[in-house]
Design a protein around this ligand. Sequence first.
Ligand SMILES: [Zn+2]
Length: 268
Amino acid sequence: MRHVDKSKVEMPPSLCVPQSPEDDPCPNISKITQRKRVDVIEKEYFPKDKKYKDSYKKKDIKDTLERLYHSKCCYCERKVERWDVEHFRPTSKYPWLAYSWDNLLFSCPTCNQDYKKGQFEILGPKATFDLKNLSEINRLASTIAYQHELPSLIHPELENPEDHWKFTVNGKMGAVTQKGKDTIRICGLDRQFLREQRKEIIDEVEKIANAKKLTSSSQEEDEKVIRQLIRDFSEKAYNEKKEFLAFRQYVLKHLLSKILNRIFTNEE
Ligand SMILES: [Zn+2]
């Protein structure tokens, strides 16, 4: 998981909320969603009926999330073709946030359906909905109003996830904070499949380094090759389209020089 800046994209028009009855700049597409939003608020639960789900899966919402997240899961950073519009605060516990832009994320079905499911643990008192906040519903949960809840799960758009964990050369993910530990557990971010995928990135750079070492004939040349390998790795680590950027950036910062020096100096 890494930080994603949602201010880079416009809010999808279908989520627009009229600010006042006489001054309504919202497009027609948003009226149906607004009706369902009000309906859900009145019911005080999120109905199972498909038509309620359809409104948070509208094309403009899906297209914008796909573009913002480069088709990568907000939790595990895997690129996926089939994905879920994920509710950071689940509809089962926060029905009024079912159509709120700051509550909608891009998630792979494994992280969402097999691990996180309806989990949402908080350390503080649970937020409740006040109808006077309806016009602010799209940014309600990311403002001060919900900070007192202290969720265990890191919100990739509101926090800097990189402060919460560390990795090993084997792709294993560990926590350096309690919140990091909870997030890894809730979303299964250290699951075997992800570990192996992350390890492949290290295997690849080691393979290239070993091949380059064979053709290098001097220490000076070795150093040149190492600098180039670091540059190449860095380029990928900051390429938004690549998977596992949190891991790549951690490796670049903490592990890569050690890996390359070990290969080029034959140190164990
Ligand atoms: Zn995922």
